[in-house]
Design a protein around this ligand. Structure first.
Ligand code: CA
Length: 246
């Protein structure tokens, strides 16, 4: 069972790990530490944390590989910690499915704030969303409490950010959303994520929808403006007047 307070801290510098744990504990979380990649995967399986703090440079298996492994079957929020700003562009480009990124040196207070924001999003307790239990539109079903999504009953394996993107793009389908609007939708508390990160998350969402939906890409890029989600033709019921097949 996932414990909403349990946070896995994957960091090979023990002083930094201890510092992060102190701050997390003070904020009411229950941190668990793993100091290399393989230990992180074992701890993830054993502890079922509600969020993961993941250092990029780790012995054994690096943070990118650990993130990919976790993403094979989990949408747990992942906050990636990197030593250099230019690494963020690289890992965003790799589309490994992390939800947020922070550069070292970071303040532990900011790490805790980001963890809180990720958990709030993944638990569906967002301002303005609390009264809406979910969304059903054109073959999509979205469940706000669990942040899960289905296409015609088939589960879509989305990260919390991809889920929020999809939820936004479906209100309503066919409307063009600017990058700034999508950025607002996916980062409620922080504005320091680049347009490029939006593009990257949209790209990942598009790829996942491609795997499940019929027809051409559901998400269209609108040059110089942003993105639009078009429902596949199959999403509409056949007209009542259509003749029955012979
Ligand atoms: Ca490290």
């Amino acid at each position: 069972m996932t414990d909403a307070r349990r946070v896995l801290v994957v960091e090979d510098e023990d002083k930094l790990a201890a510092l992060l744990c102190d701050y997390l504990r003070a904020a009411g979380y229950e941190p668990r530490v793993a100091m290399d990649g393989p230990a992180a995967l074992r701890a993830f399986a054993a502890e079922a944390p509600a969020a993961v703090l993941l250092d990029l440079n780790l012995p054994g298996l690096d943070g990118i590989e650990v993130c990919r492994e976790i993403r094979r079957d989990s949408a747990v929020p992942i906050l990636m910690l990197t030593a250099r700003a230019d690494e963020i562009d690289r890992i965003v480009g790799l589309e490994i499915g992390a939800d947020d990124y922070l550069c070292k040196p970071y303040s532990p207070r900011e790490v805790v704030a980001r963890v809180r924001a990720l958990l709030r999003r993944s638990q569906g307790r967002l301002p303005g969303m609390a009264a809406v239990p979910g969304l059903e539109v054109g073959g999509f079903t979205l469940d706000d409490a669990g942040q899960r999504a289905w296409w015609r009953g088939q589960a879509l394996p989305l990260t919390p950010i991809e889920w929020r993107l999809l939820r936004t793009l479906l209100q309503p389908p066919g409307r063009v959303f600017s990058r700034a609007q999508l950025l607002d939708a996916i980062h409620v508390d922080f504005r320091d994520v680049s347009d490029r990160a939006v593009d990257s998350h949209v790209k990942n969402l598009r790829r996942k929808l491609q795997a499940s939906l019929p027809g051409p890409d559901a998400i269209a890029s609108v040059y110089g403006v942003g993105y639009r989600l078009d429902l596949p033709a199959a999403a509409f019921p056949p007209p009542l007047t259509s003749p029955a097949p012979d």
